[in-house]
Design a binder for this molecule. Structure first.
Ligand code: AMP
Ligand code: GLY
Length: 414
């Protein structure tokens, strides 16, 4: 089967790697891909937002299935564009993608179905926002409504900080149109948990859980990133919490059905567990990165079959079998990320017997491997227990050499 994967990161590399283990023969193209995907698959030099070109390529190559990684093309309607020419595509349509693309749209959805979430207020008016905050307790959370690559959420400890954030988003438009409306939300305290679900015609089929590490530095310090480490273990959730989460999944499904979303793809739910009560923080409508890099190596089922069943509306939890092993991934990233960093820096030859997903790499004219982005490489190791997997992945990390690279040393330790 000819498959086209849209995206360029470690998530897309992991999807390609897992699909290549299908029992059925597959021929995998990735647009645009990276140096890692180029080694085993065929990269296609087309931008993820260039839908006309992508559709033309898929038609001329007789692509039979398209898988979309990142949120930007989803929110711009890539799924609708492929559906218009009858090419099966795994991902939510533009309406469903609004559940990630607009925080206000999501809040309204959650409130319509009484799904537990922080109380909030949406406005595009600076004075109205300031007035609301002056009557709120601190800390207070201010979110740009639109897509901001994970940078649009500010937890404000003081009224001065809140005011500066509002000015930045609403008056100075530092996030462009993504911040021209803000969602102001009560601060929730607790621990975060992410749950990725396959969505098969509005029905949610949960995966095992994965824990990512968002802060750049050891000890959970430093700025927020897209995620610089991750682990996944066989699920061992307490029954009471699980029942509450299942109830929320049922409420979400009811909303998707009632409003005719026709959602096929992934719903990634961010929860905050506050005093034992799960509250929904956010939705993403795609696989997480780096969550995918540890989840797919733990998935024993044939991913191609899982995608096909999702798309024909028949996926069931019995279709997902997970390994009993734990998986740990450590992201090597460019020093300076998520701020400015030196790009296109040399990486020495990689150990060739390790599982290493490429997040951002390219090759120079001599064929040498270079960094190409903030997050660069994610080695992943599996073992019977978490600490053995952790040791194994750090053994691989120690064999990767690049002057511009750094990483956290405490992934899966905390
Ligand atoms: P979001 O993109 O909405 O998930 O926000 C990004 C991160 O900000 C989350 O993973 C949380 O760590 C934090 N966050 C978002 N909303 C809240 C909230 N209401 N209370 C506390 N922390 C929050
Ligand atoms: N790792 C978080 C995300 O993919 O949004």
């Amino acid at each position: 089967m000819k498959i086209l994967i849209i995206g360029a990161g470690g998530r897309e590399h992991a999807i390609a790697w897992k699909l290549s283990q299908s029992k059925r023969p597959v021929d995998i193209f990735i647009a645009p891909g990276n140096a890692g995907t180029a080694s085993d698959f065929t990269n296609v030099d087309i931008d993820v937002m260039d839908f006309d070109h992508l559709v033309k390529f898929a038609l001329s190559e007789h692509i039979e299935l398209v898988i979309v990684g990142p949120e930007d093309p989803l929110s711009a309607g890539i799924v609708d564009a492929f559906q218009a020419v009858d090419i099966p595509i795994f991902g939510p349509n533009q309406k469903s993608a609004r559940l990630e693309a607009s925080k206000d749209f999501t809040k309204q959805f959650l409130n319509r179905y009484q799904i537990p979430t922080a109380q909030s207020f949406t406005t595009d008016n600076y004075l109205e926002a300031k007035d609301y905050i002056s009557q709120s307790a601190l800390p207070i959370v201010i979110k740009a409504d639109g897509l901001c690559k994970g940078k649009g959420v500010v937890i404000c400890q003081t009224f001065e900080e809140a005011d500066a954030t509002l000015k930045d988003m609403l008056l100075d438009q530092s996030f462009g149109t993504s911040g021209s409306q803000v969602v102001i939300e009560d601060y929730l305290e607790g621990h975060e948990q992410s749950l990725l679900c396959f969505v098969s015609n509005n029905r949610l089929v949960p995966m095992d859980t994965a824990q990512d590490y968002k802060k750049a530095f050891d000890g959970d310090l430093g700025p927020n990133t897209g995620g610089v480490g991750v682990y996944s273990t066989p699920d061992n959730e307490d029954d009471v919490l699980q029942a509450k989460i299942n109830a929320i999944l049922g409420q979400i499904e009811a909303g998707l059905v009632a409003e005719d979303f026709a959602f096929y793809g992934i719903l990634f739910i961010g929860f905050m567990i506050q005093d034992g009560e799960p509250m929904v923080l956010e939705f993403n409508v795609r696989f997480g990165d780096p969550e995918t890099e540890v989840l797919l190596p733990r998935l024993e089922s044939d991913l191609l079959t899982v995608f096909e069943k999702t798309l024909d509306g028949t996926l069931d939890s019995a279709d997902l079998t997970w390994s009993n092993q734990a998986a740990v991934g450590v992201v090597l990233y460019s020093k300076g990320y998520p701020g400015p960093y030196d790009n296109h820096q040399l990486i020495q030859a990689l150990p060739d017997d390790a599982l290493i997903f490429h997040n951002g790499t390219s090759r120079d004219e001599k064929g040498q491997l270079l960094t190409n982005g903030g997050r660069v490489l994610t080695p992943v190791a599996l073992a019977d227990d978490l600490q053995t997997a952790r040791q194994a992945v750090y053994d691989v990390v120690a064999e990767i050499h690049g002057k511009s690279l750094t990483y956290r040393t405490d992934i899966a330790l905390l």
